[in-house]
Design a protein around this ligand. Structure first.
Ligand SMILES: *Cc1c(COP(=O)(O)O)cnc(C)c1O
Length: 464
C-alpha cells in the first residue's frame, strides 16, 4: 500500500529488478533475455503512466503481468489430443501423417534435396515429377500434378482449361466446402463463366446437353461432400457426362473432394467417390485433397489426361499455387503405402477407420476407471469429418464423464487446459471422449488427466 505522504514513484519497480525475478528465468531461457527485457520495460512504463494519472501504482504485480504477456510470444499452434471421434477434423489439422511421411518430410527439409534437380544429367529438373509416376500408378491416370491444396488445383484447372469460356455445372453441386470456399466464387476468380443447369435436387443429361454452346469449354462435376440431398433426387452418372462431353469436344472435370483411394464401403460406411473410378470413367482431370481420406499432407491432386495436365503445368498460376518440398516428400511417402498395399495399417486415417470395437472398448473402459464413479464406457458414434461421408458414422465405445460438479462445459475446458490439450465433445450434459481418434501413445496422458480432474488417485498400472 502506498502511504499518501510517500512519493508514489518510489513503488515503481525497476526493469532490472523485474527481469531478475526468479519466476521469469524459465521465460528468459525460452525466449531470450531481450524479449523479456522489452516486456518488462513495457509493463514498468504502464505502471509509471498509471502513477502519473491516478497517483498510485496498479494493483497488479509487474512480474505477474510479464508472465501473462509472455504467453503471446509463443506460437498458438500446439499439439492437441483429438478425443472428439471426428477423424478428419478440419479445425484440428485434418489427417495426421504416417510415420514414413514424417520421416520423408524431415529428410527433404533438413538438408538439400533433388527438388528441382536431375541427378543423372546434373541439370535442372522439375518439382512436379517426384510424385507424378506414383500418382499415375495408384490412380491409373496418364498424367498427374500436385498443387498446394485442392482449392488451388480446382482453380488452376479452370484457369488453364476454361478461361474466358463457359463451364457447365449442376445447381445441386454449387457447394460451399467450408471456410467460405464456394465453387461459384472459385469459378469466377479463374476467369471462367459459370452456367448453372438443372435444379437443386435433380439434374439430367438433357439439362447439360441443352446448355452446350460454342462458348462451352467444360463440364464440371463437384462432389457435394459435406451434405446430402435425400428424397426426390437425380444426378447424372459420371459416365454419361464423359460421353456427352467428349462427343461435343468438351473437357470433363471432376472434383471428388476427399480423394479416397480405398473403398469406404468395406468398413460399413457409404460410398465415397474414389479417384481411380473417375479416372476409369474417362474424366479429363480428377481433383482431390491430399489431407482428407487420402491421409497425407495438405495437397491438391490433379490426375487425368496428359494434354489437360500439361496445360495446367504450363499455366503461370502453377508457380503461385505450387506445393512445398516437405509436403511433396510426405505425399510421396503416403502414396507409397497405397502402392505397397499397407495403407490400412500405416496411414493413421485408415488405421482409425479400421479400429475394432474390442480395442476401442478396452481403452474406453480404462479411461472410465480412471474417473471412478464419474465415468462410464458406453456405445457411441465416431464420424469421418473433413467434408467426407456426411451422416455416416462408425460404431465406437466412448468414455462418458459426468463431472463431479455437474458442469460439463467447465470439465471440457479443464481438459483443454491440460498439456497437451485434450479436445472432447459434450452430449446431453456428459463429456464424451472417443479413443478412435486418440493415438494409443496418448492414452496415459488422457487417463492421468481424467483422474486428476475427477479428484481420483492417479492410475499407476497400464494393465487392462
Ligand atoms: C475439401 C474440398 C475442397 C477443398 O479442398 P482443400 O484441399 O481444402 O483446398 C474442394 N472441393 C471439394 C468437393 C472438397 O470436399
Amino acid at each position: 500500500m502506498t502511504a499518501t505522504h510517500e512519493n508514489p514513484f518510489r513503488n515503481l519497480p525497476s526493469i532490472d529488478r523485474v527481469v531478475a525475478d526468479a519466476r521469469l528465468q524459465a521465460l528468459i531461457d525460452r525466449h531470450g533475455r531481450d524479449a523479456i527485457v522489452d516486456l518488462a520495460r513495457e509493463v514498468v512504463e504502464e505502471h509509471r503512466r498509471a502513477i502519473e494519472s491516478a497517483g498510485t501504482a496498479p494493483a497488479d504485480d509487474a512480474v505477474d503481468t510479464v508472465l501473462a504477456r509472455a504467453a503471446s510470444l509463443q506460437s498458438t499452434l500446439a499439439r492437441v489430443v483429438n478425443a472428439t471421434g471426428v477423424i478428419i477434423h478440419t479445425n484440428l489439422g485434418r489427417a495426421p501423417l504416417a510415420r514414413s511421411a514424417l520421416d520423408a518430410m524431415q529428410r527433404a527439409s533438413t538438408g538439400y534435396s533433388t527438388l528441382e534437380f536431375d541427378l543423372e544429367r546434373g541439370e535442372r529438373g522439375s518439382r512436379f515429377t517426384h510424385v507424378e509416376s506414383l500418382l499415375c500408378h495408384v490412380t491409373g491416370a496418364e498424367a498427374a500434378l500436385v498443387m498446394n491444396n485442392n482449392a488451388a488445383a480446382v482453380m488452376l484447372a479452370l484457369a488453364a482449361l476454361c478461361h474466358g469460356r463457359e463451364v457447365i455445372i449442376s445447381r445441386g453441386q454449387l457447394v460451399e466446402i467450408g471456410g467460405g470456399f464456394r465453387i461459384p466464387d472459385v469459378l469466377r476468380q479463374s476467369g471462367a463463366n459459370l452456367v448453372e443447369v438443372g435444379t437443386t435436387n435433380r439434374t439430367r443429361l438433357a439439362d447439360y446437353e441443352a446448355a452446350i454452346t460454342d462458348r462451352t469449354a467444360a463440364i464440371l462435376r463437384v462432389h457435394p461432400s459435406n451434405f446430402r440431398v435425400i428424397g426426390f433426387t437425380e444426378e447424372t452418372p459420371l459416365a454419361d457426362l464423359v460421353r456427352l462431353g467428349h462427343e461435343r469436344g468438351l473437357v470433363v472435370l471432376d472434383d471428388v473432394g476427399s480423394g479416397a483411394l480405398l473403398d469406404t464401403r468395406a468398413f460399413g460406411l457409404g460410398a465415397e467417390p474414389m479417384i481411380q473410378d473417375s479416372v476409369r470413367a474417362g474424366v479429363d482431370v480428377v481433383l482431390a485433397s491430399g489431407d482428407k481420406l487420402l491421409g497425407g499432407p495438405q495437397a491438391g491432386i490433379a490426375a487425368g489426361r496428359a494434354s489437360a495436365i500439361d496445360a495446367m503445368r504450363r499455366h503461370p498460376l502453377a508457380r503461385a499455387l505450387r506445393m512445398d518440398k516437405g509436403s511433396i516428400a510426405a505425399l510421396a511417402a503416403t502414396l507409397e503405402h497405397y502402392r505397397r498395399g499397407d495403407a490400412l495399417t500405416e496411414i493413421p486415417v485408415w488405421r482409425m477407420i479400421a479400429l475394432d470395437e474390442d480395442t476401442l472398448g478396452r481403452r474406453a473402459r480404462r479411461w472410465s476407471r480412471a474417473c471412478g464413479e464419474f465415468g462410464i464406457a458406453r456405445a457411441g458414434r465416431s464420424t469421418i469429418g473433413g467434408g467426407s461421408l456426411p451422416g455416416e458414422e462408425l460404431d465406437t465405445v466412448v468414455c462418458a464423464v459426468t463431472p463431479p460438479d455437474g458442469h460439463a462445459t467447465a470439465f471440457a475446458a479443464a481438459l483443454r487446459a491440460a498439456s497437451p490439450a485434450i479436445v472432447a465433445r459434450i452430449e446431453d450434459g456428459a463429456v464424451l471422449l472417443d479413443p478412435r481418434t486418440v493415438e494409443p501413445s496418448e492414452d496415459t496422458h488422457v487417463e492421468i488427466t481424467l483422474a486428476r480432474l475427477c479428484g481420483r488417485p492417479v492410475p499407476l498400472t497400464t494393465a487392462d
